[in-house]
Design a protein around this ligand. Structure first.
Ligand code: ATP
Length: 321
């Protein structure tokens, strides 16, 4: 029987196998296993301190595992040759303040065998007019765009980005998203971390949720949404949050400064019925679907994960680029 009709199994470009990483008494990654396959766009999501940056630093060869094995392109990422097909922008990286933009691109490009010509890359990233300026003179949005351009200059097969748009306004963020989508549609593989499901939904097809160093969910955006289809029932009350924790289907209870209390529930109708039937002291009830961020925050018991209203992209000033 011919097997020619079978699609080829996508190649694993990056992997972590039973990886544990500790910092003193803190277990940042706890026996984590994950494969990133060619052509995938994977969003790594999780609250503050979940272990996302640690995993990325291992995959990029910036740290060593304590236990387990990481590989990129089948090799140990500590070996520089393994990183020639990798493009990356770690979270804390900043551009060299006194080098000119084109000098910076030329410098990074010189590390790769077949880089994108500097002028072409700068044009793609809308930075041609800034080629002769010092990097430190660029706006925050332009600097972030330059960092992502540097990640792409070597025509990488795999790009790993740690929170690439944190702190950007909507316009600058959307422009970076467009560039990353273009990279994806040219066949590139992407691993990106974010606090924002909105960003993961915009860029990734697969979502991996990490909490306390372990993978707690891994699936398509729709799969994950199905798992966390929660509702928010909010109201005014004089009762303490503990009065509502025992109601059936309650996943979490949050209070707000304006005195409203919100129950995150897996069944909004049942929760509203219970509030009424049990004659609890509640008024002006509102029910709406929880966003994915809110759902994860409730499910992981985390309060560091930002809800959409707090997205810096919505609260920062306009990018001057
Ligand atoms: N260099 C370090 N020294 C000590 N502890 C560290 C170090 N790096 C990370 N940790 C700890 O490891 C855990 C995982 O941190 P990590 O930065 O990987 O999380 P994260 O998911 O990227 O968080 P964030 O979203 O806030 O960037 C945290 O408890 C953190 O405090």
């Amino acid at each position: 029987m011919s097997t020619s009709a079978l699609p080829p199994t996508p190649q694993v470009l990056a992997s972590a196998s039973q990886v544990t990483k500790r910092f003193g008494g803190v277990t940042a990654l706890d026996d984590i296993t994950l494969d990133i396959r060619s052509g995938e766009a994977v969003g790594l999501l999780g609250p503050n301190g979940a272990g996302k940056s640690t995993l990325i630093s291992l995959l990029c060869g910036l740290r060593r595992v304590d236990v387990g094995k990481v590989r990129i392109f089948g090799q140990d990422p500590l070996n520089p040759a393994s990183r020639l097909r990798l493009g990356t922008t770690p979270q804390a990286t900043s551009v060299p303040q006194t080098l000119k933009v084109h000098e910076t691109v030329d410098f990074v490009a010189a590390h790769y065998p077949n880089p994108i010509p500097t002028a072409e890359l700068l044009a793609d990233f809308g930075l041609s007019d800034s080629a002769g300026r010092q990097c430190g003179a660029l706006s925050g949005g332009q600097q972030r765009r330059l960092l992502v351009a540097l990640a792409l200059v070597g025509r990488p097969q795999l790009v790993i980005l740690d929170e690439p748009t944190t702190g950007l306004d909507v316009e600058a963020r959307d422009s970076l998203w467009r560039l990353l989508r273009a990279y994806r549609s040219s066949g590139g593989t992407l691993l990106i971390t974010s606090h924002y499901l909105e960003e993961i939904e915009a860029l990734a097809s697969r979502v991996v949720v990490i909490d306390q160093g372990s993978v707690i969910a891994d699936g398509s955006v729709d799969d994950i949404r199905g798992e966390v289809a929660l509702s928010r029932v909010s109201f005014r009350t004089s009762l303490p949050p503990s009065s509502f924790m025992q109601l059936a289907h309650t996943v979490g209870v949050e209070t707000r400064d304006d005195g409203r209390l919100t129950i995150i529930t897996s069944d909004g109708d049942v929760t509203v019925r219970a509030l009424v039937l049990e004659h609890l002291d509640v008024a002006s009830i509102e029910v709406r679907a929880a966003s994915l961020e809110e759902a994860f925050r409730a499910l992981t018991g985390d309060h560091g994960m930002k809800v959409p209203e707090a997205h810096p992209a919505r609260t920062f000033g306009r990018d001057q680029s």
